[in-house]
Design a protein around this ligand. Structure first.
Ligand code: NAD
Length: 250
């Protein structure tokens, strides 16, 4: 039990095949009480109930500063303390450069990047007061290799922004006892691709993956668990690849 008596908030965790829910399940298996945050209140609550007793579900659009504040207040009131924040919520769009309009840019940047800022800001005062906390943020291999998997250039930009934001947060919050790290998954089999990933695209992508399979949501959940737990107590500002070897750094 790596998270015994710990509490965790996970954004974007109500999607049935998603990384957020797989993470919530793994955290609950390791003893944590979990707050599921997602767009739809009923879905968030039902998902929390599916984990067992003691978990909660809250509506929260991470791109809305007030909604993040309300969710943080509700989670802190319910659990008394928050030890772990997983900034997982995200959306993707398979657009080419010249297809990106201002609405698409705003939507993708707002959820993937602005959301990390707003939700972190909502929990940082609490974590600073307690002088402890672990924040893990969702980036993507798309940020490191310049897309080319599924999301468009705006998605790569947003996820690269997450890397910079998280590293700066790690530097600023380290003296307060709060750690901040990122995960950079490769292609994980969830519903984010909205059925637009064809078998042909899949087999083409597989050729570039040394472990010869696409990732499962639970593969990423394991990395989040490591970053959330005290196993990573001396790790901050780090980026953990979960990509089957799709990108191996020099
Ligand atoms: P998913 O679509 O199953 O999950 C995304 C979740 O985020 C959903 O539950 C959705 O309702 C929620 N969400 C969307 N907008 C939101 C908002 N404004 N506020 C709160 N919640 C919101 O997809 P997933 O693959 O599990 O994605 C989880 C994260 O992993 C995303 O940030 C995604 O960009 C990232 N990621 C995914 C892959 C992959 O291959 N699946 C690879 C790298 C990174």
């Amino acid at each position: 039990m790596l998270l015994d008596s710990k509490t965790a908030v996970i954004s974007g965790a109500a999607s049935a095949r998603g990384i957020g829910l797989a993470t919530a399940r793994l955290f609950a298996e390791h003893g944590a009480r979990v707050a599921i945050l997602d767009l739809d209140q009923a879905a968030a609550r039902a998902t929390a109930e599916s984990l067992g007793r003691g978990h909660i579900g809250l509506a929260c659009n991470v791109a809305d500063r007030d909604a993040c504040q309300r969710a943080a207040e509700a989670a802190i009131a319910a659990f008394g303390q928050i030890d772990i924040l997983i900034n997982n919520a995200g959306i993707s769009q398979p657009l080419k450069l010249m297809e990106i309009g201002s609405a698409q840019w705003d939507a993708v940047l707002d959820v993937n990047l602005r959301g990390v800022l707003y939700l972190s800001q909502a929990f940082v005062p609490h974590m600073r007061t307690r002088r402890r906390g672990s924040i893990a943020c969702m980036s993507s291999v798309s940020a490191q290799r310049g897309g080319g998997i599924f999301g468009g250039p705006h998605y790569s930009a947003a996820k690269a922004g997450v890397l910079g934001l998280a590293k700066a947060m790690a530097r600023e919050l380290g003296p307060d006892g709060v750690r901040v790290n990122c995960v950079t998954p490769g292609l994980i089999q969830t519903d984010i691709t909205g059925g637009k990933l064809t078998d042909e695209m899949r087999s083409e992508i597989l050729k570039g993956i040394p472990l010869n399979r696409l990732g499962d949501a639970r593969d990423v959940a394991g990395a989040y668990l490591f970053l959330a737990s005290d196993l990573s107590a001396y790790i901050t500002g780090a980026v953990i690849d979960v990509n089957g070897g799709m990108l191996i750094h020099g």
